[in-house]
Ligand binder design. Structure first.
Ligand code: PMP
Length: 305
């Protein structure tokens, strides 16, 4: 991924893609304290636009705050950096990755006295869980790994180190031929996917775990709350058990990368009719209308690059 043309924004400068490097003694590489965002830009009739840019930047700063890292740039600068990388790389649509890390001034667990850095890259990235999965639904398995306890790592930070848990769960289930992992919290209740929030539909009502299950406060999750309200559908945040999903009518994952992805099977148990359900399809359609600028009510969520 490093050997290609393009530009990456690094600490305030636009640098050549191949030259966007850091030292092997960077603190974050050794101890995993860093934070990132995943943001998408979509092609709209008005031009390429970043979806919920300010919300992603706000979450990045909140993640850094939780990790006691002071980002040495303003939110406006970070917003501008994201617009600039999309423009500089001539992307009509794509995925944007801002990441803040601790520098290479010194090692040792304490990062005090070290420098804080920020980079923003952007590239083309299609459907994260596959085009076919978007239509047919994906096959999910409950991981044997537990999602982080809310007082072990900080689950409201999109922290680099939180993703070792996601990687383990994802590798475990994809090695067995599944598409994605579902993780349970330390009490055994449903938390989230390796990189997605989860929703289930039962008798016309939509349910999603509340954030005390250690799930990230997803921006797509919040977008679905708005969509459901517009569609007159009720959303309930509550503790959910894995067997509630087995007997649900529908289930779907949400995330910036995963967008709205139907789930057709959990632990080899078919959910509902075993395909994308009607409520999921309605939400998916409404989601793509919003991100592609076809719903004027949410025009304020789109920032032209
Ligand atoms: N949970 C995890 C663990 C994630 O990595 C993501 C992706 N950022 C999400 C949930 C969904 O969050 P969002 O909709 O803001 O992308």
């Amino acid at each position: 991924m490093s050997d290609r043309d393009g530009k990456i924004w690094m600490d305030g400068q636009m640098v050549d893609w191949r030259d966007a490097k850091i030292h092997v003694l960077s603190h974050t590489l050794h101890y995993g304290c860093g934070a990132f965002e995943g943001v998408r830009a979509y092609k709209t009739e008005q031009g390429t636009a970043i979806f919920r840019l300010q919300d992603h930047t706000d979450r990045l700063f909140n993640s850094a705050k939780i990790l006691r890292m002071a980002i040495p740039f303003t939110k406006d600068q970070v917003n501008e950096a994201q617009r600039a990388v999309v423009r500089e790389n001539n992307l009509e649509s794509g995925y944007i990755r801002p990441l803040t890390w601790i520098g290479d001034k010194k090692l040792g667990v304490s990062p005090k006295g070290n420098t804080i850095h920020l980079m923003v890259a952007a590239w083309t990235w299609g459907a994260y869980l596959g085009e076919e999965g978007m239509k047919r639904g994906i096959r999910v398995k409950t991981s044997s790994y537990t999602r982080h306890h809310v007082n072990i790592t900080m689950t409201q930070a999109k922290a680099v180190s939180n993703y070792t848990n996601s990687i383990l769960a994802n590798m475990e289930v994809t090695d067995e031929g599944y598409d994605e992992a579902l993780l349970l919290d330390t009490s055994g209740f449903v938390s989230e996917g390796a990189g997605e929030n989860i929703f289930v539909v039962k008798d016309g009502v939509i349910y999603t775990p509340d954030l005390s299950a250690g799930a990230l406060n997803g921006i797509t999750r919040n977008t679905v709350f708005h969509i459901a309200k517009d569609l007159g559908l009720e959303i309930v945040q509550k503790r959910i058990t894995r067997d509630e999903i087995y007997i649900a009518d529908e289930a779907f994952f949400t995330g910036t990368a995963a967008e709205v992805t139907p789930i057709r099977e959990l632990d080899r148990i078919q959910l509902g009719a075993g395909s994308r359900g009607p409520v999921t399809e309605k939400i998916q359609t409404a989601f793509f209308d919003i991100v592609n600028g076809r719903n004027p009510k949410y025009a304020h969520w789109l920032t032209l690059v």
